[in-house]
Design a protein around this ligand. Structure first.
Ligand SMILES: Cc1cc2nc3c(=O)[nH]c(=O)nc-3n(C[C@H](O)[C@H](O)[C@H](O)COP(=O)(O)OP(=O)(O)OC[C@H]3O[C@@H](n4cnc5c(N)ncnc54)[C@H](O)[C@@H]3O)c2cc1C
Length: 436
């Protein structure tokens, strides 16, 4: 099919959600075009190979948080291998070595109140209501740290009922995607590579380096999409369009980003109300795994109060790789504290007790991925706010059957902010398109 013809469905973005949606539609016989701004697939999944060591490293998503159905369907379909994430968690936090009775009592009270919670509220309001005062200060800090670090959430906005769904879930192991015998890459990249191949085999067309700038729904007969390519503006037409841009791009750029007309103001307004956080991931490669003798040979995660607070090893893999993580809400002003090498070393000095000189000597190389600065992500992943489901319904209702939003942020169920929710959302949108 010629590029200038009219497509059944045009998808903007080739992340997990766009691919899942595209594969389903193309396999059902639709003519599908995906336009992607970057020159690679995967979006917030970005596996890359360190040329010196040959390690496949994850700049974005890394873990599968349990036996999640959509993700495991692809794992099985593509014959990928997974390995359970095991290893000891080291906590360098006040109270961690000798759990105090007051902390245990606070946790017990927390679970009881949470189980009976009927009306949604934010984490901040919840803590102020049920855990006020000095005696709960450490407990409040512990919860705030977790919500900001793990969920990249703003405590003043994140939904307590949604956190309950996530926090009260039975904990199973996490997994990583391992080597894939018939595919080029391993890690999550192998899944993306396999999905792209599947999409193209089903007749789908994918164009890289085509940032979409305008989606026009003014004509009732078709949707018109304008994209940039090598200084040119190209126009495409389709019966419907599926937008998979993260809400952070709308929040950061407002009217200067992708323009959707008519009704752009209302769409931006809804996007601004969605919860979306950010994270910086720091991947460090070492001559020796110094943490094995310092903490434990089977160390998995390490949680601390250092400027870069959370770290994990590649365990059970024996690569001398230590990954750092700092998550949190998006900045409210224009200043954004970019993490640089100094803060990385300072954090590791604080954590390990080793002199900076020794760490500098042991460090082979490092990579810093600040996802807030990524122009096509503008953050890491979403978190639900009270009223999240209503906001998503509003988005899908602006132009029924012609404009859809797919992506982790537009899915109304847990697990929030994950590859699984991106896949589930892509699948849900494909189902509703195929019903029309
Ligand atoms: C650092 C980090 C760590 C994470 N860790 C995990 C984890 O361990 N486990 C987990 O399950 N999830 C994790 N996530 C979340 C997970 O990566 C995302 O939820 C998921 O990949 C989102 O997929 P998506 O399709 O919704 O969006 P995206 O992957 O963002 O896809 C959207 C696509 O749209 C493209 N695009 C943007 N603007 C335009 C435009 N104007 N024109 C054309 N294309 C455009 C983007 O380039 C992108 O390819 C992590 C995310 C980050 C950032």
């Amino acid at each position: 099919m010629g590029i200038s013809a009219k497509w059944d469905t045009l998808i903007v973005g080739v992340g997990a959600s766009g691919l899942q949606c595209g594969v389903r539609l193309a396999e059902a016989g639709q003519k599908v075009l995906i336009l992607e701004a970057r020159n690679r697939a995967g979006g917030r999944i970005h596996t890359f190979t360190d040329k010196q060591t040959g390690y496949n490293l994850e700049a974005g998503a890394e873990f599968i948080h349990g036996r999640l159905p959509h993700t495991f369907r692809w794992v099985e379909k593509l014959h990928l291998s997974v390995s359970a994430v095991t290893g000891k968690t080291i906590r360098l936090l006040p109270d961690a070595s000798s759990p105090s009775p007051s902390r245990e009592a606070a946790w017990k009270k927390f679970h009881e109140i949470l189980a009976g919670l009927r009306h949604d509220t934010t984490l901040h309001a919840f803590l102020n209501t049920y855990f006020p005062g000095e005696s709960y200060a450490d407990f409040r800090q512990e919860l705030l740290r977790f919500a900001m670090g793990y969920d990249a959430a703003d405590p003043e906005r994140v939904s307590m009922l949604a956190l309950r769904d996530e926090w009260e879930q039975e904990e199973g192991p996490n997994y990583r995607i391992g080597r894939a015998p018939h595919l080029q890459a391993s890690g999550y990249g192998a899944m993306i590579y396999g999905m792209v191949a599947q999409f193209q085999q089903a007749g789908g067309k994918l164009l890289y380096a085509h940032p979409v700038r305008q989606v026009s729904l003014s004509s009732p007969a078709f949707v018109q999409v304008k994209a940039h390519f090598r200084q040119k503006i190209l126009t495409y037409m389709a019966d419907r369009v599926v937008i998979t841009l993260p809400p952070g791009t709308f929040q950061k750029y407002g009217h200067k980003g992708i323009s959707i007309e008519p009704g752009e103001d209302r769409i931006i307004q809804v996007m601004q109300q969605l919860g979306y956080g950010t994270a910086t991931k720091i991947i460090t490669l070492w001559k020796h795994p110094w943490w094995a003798s310092r903490f434990a040979p089977d160390m998995g995660f390490l949680i601390s109060q250092a400027p870069v607070p959370t770290w994990w090893t590649a365990y059970p893999n024996d690569w001398p790789v230590l990954t750092g993580w700092k998550g949190g809400p998006l900045p409210s002003g224009n200043t954004w504290p970019v993490i640089q090498k100094d803060a990385v070393i300072q954090s590791l000095v604080q954590i390990s007790g080793l002199p900076a000189k020794i760490l500098q000597k042991e460090l082979l190389k490092y990579f810093i991925f600040d996802w807030y600065l990524d122009p096509f992500a503008c953050g890491s992943y979403s978190y639900p706010v009270p009223g999240h489901q209503t906001l998503i319904k509003q988005l899908q209702a602006f132009f029924p059957h012609r404009l859809y939003f797919a992506g982790e942020a537009y899915y109304a169920h847990p697990p929030w902010g994950t590859v699984e929710s991106a896949l589930a959302s892509g699948n849900e949108i494909a189902t509703s398109i195929l019903k029309t």
